[in-house]
Design a protein around this ligand. Structure first.
Ligand SMILES: NC(=O)c1ccc[n+]([C@@H]2O[C@H](COP(=O)([O-])OP(=O)(O)OC[C@H]3O[C@@H](n4cnc5c(N)ncnc54)[C@H](OP(=O)(O)O)[C@@H]3O)[C@@H](O)[C@H]2O)c1
Length: 335
């Protein structure tokens, strides 16, 4: 089968189309013919992992060593990128009961990756669900990662109907799902993103958008009083100290990306004060994908693609995703 393989860390040019062996499903696995896979934050990070500095690494430093062991120190150990996809089941192992040949599915592989390929195998009880009937493969491919991580983290942030929620990083993989899910939970949502993606975030249903290149959302707390019940920071570009005045009493500062200091702030705010810091890893649950599939079919969850590239154009897709020009998900189609 054809796959996009990289054997060196570096710029988009390291992504090369190659012939590799087609995987065969184990007894509890399904073989999926991949139709589409988006370019995610994780793909861009893993492609150049050797050159990521401790400062650029958005998680506690002690996690950097195991991540380097996993992705490789000088050469990539995971050679095919792609953590989410949409496709069609082509074969099933003997023990598979949840899916059948011909089912159209979407799924999340996480750090295991491997979706930049014509085929992949995954266990039937992995993060896999039927594709929303009203979405194309390209649209569906951009759903699983954001949906799974945002659902899990918003629940940990105790989101409630009527809450005022700010999402800092609303135009990315996690943020675009968080905007829509927060609206679904009945919150009033402010999305923060860069200039080129303001319309995109608005079209996802945000009540208000803030351009972080023009306005500092934390500045609205001091004078006009606390504003939000929940501030969800995706990339860790703000800080609890700066956001505290923008939180209501009992407000929560939720972080998807965090350094060790934030873990101490979480422990400290558990004991002292009414405003809490929550930073945690998301739990991956296939049932969250099923819920989002139902929301999509009810017209309550959208996937608005910016641009599609063919498999052999993977390097171009990465260049475009890193250019700052994209206005929504960038998807690689595998036809
Ligand atoms: N906790 C967990 O379990 C978990 C799981 C997966 C991932 N993560 C973390 O999530 C992060 C990736 O999230 P993602 O996939 O959503 O990334 P992404 O798709 O690259 O999106 C990043 C978002 O951050 C925004 N942004 C960039 N610079 C900003 C700034 N200065 N101020 C405010 N917003 C800014 C971007 O806005 P524009 O593009 O509009 O400029 C975009 O909306 C990583 O740090 C990863 O470690 C955490």
């Amino acid at each position: 089968m054809k796959a996009i393989v990289y054997t060196e860390f570096g710029p988009p040019e390291v992504l090369q189309i190659k012939d590799v062996s087609k995987p065969a499903p184990k007894e509890n696995e399904v073989l999926i013919r991949v139709h589409a896979t988006p370019v995610s934050y994780g793909d861009l990070l893993a492609r150049n992992f050797k050159n990521i500095t401790a400062r650029e690494f958005n998680m506690p430093l002690p996690l950097l060593l195991p991540m380097r062991m996993y992705f490789g120190f000088s050469k990539p150990k995971v050679n095919i990128l792609g953590s989410e996809f949409a496709g069609e089941i082509e074969a099933v192992g003997k023990e598979v009961t949840r899916f059948k040949i011909g089912d159209e599915v979407l799924g999340y592989l996480g750090q295991r990756m491997g979706a930049y390929a014509e085929y992949l195998c995954m266990p039937q009880d992995g993060s896999l669900a039927l594709k929303p009937a009203n979405m194309s493969f390209a649209e569906a491919a951009a759903v699983p990662y954001g949906a799974i991580i945002a659902t899990s983290l918003l629940k940990k942030g105790n989101i409630q109907p009527g809450h005022k929620v700010l999402i800092n990083g609303a135009s990315g993989g996690i943020g675009s799902a968080a905007v829509q899910l927060a609206k679904y939970y009945g919150a009033e949502v402010t999305g923060v993103c860069g200039t080129a993606r303001l319309d995109y975030v608005k079209s996802l249903g945000a009540d208000r958008v803030i351009d972080y290149t023009k306005e500092d959302f934390t500045k609205n707390g001091g004078t006009s009083g606390p504003t939000y019940d929940l501030i969800f920071d995706i990339l860790g570009k703000s800080s609890f100290a700066r956001c505290k005045n923008s939180l209501k009493p009992n407000g929560i500062y939720l972080m998807a990306s965090f350094k060790t200091k934030a873990l101490f702030q979480m422990l400290w705010t558990k004991m002292v004060g009414s405003k809490k810091v929550i930073c945690t890893l998301a739990s991956e649950k296939a049932e969250d994908l099923v819920i989002v599939k139902e929301l999509a079919e009810a017209g309550k969850f959208k996937s608005i693609i910016d641009k599609c590239f063919r498999l052999e154009q993977a390097a171009e897709a990465h260049r475009y995703a890193e250019s700052g020009l994209k206005t929504g998900p960038v998807v690689i189609t595998v036809e």
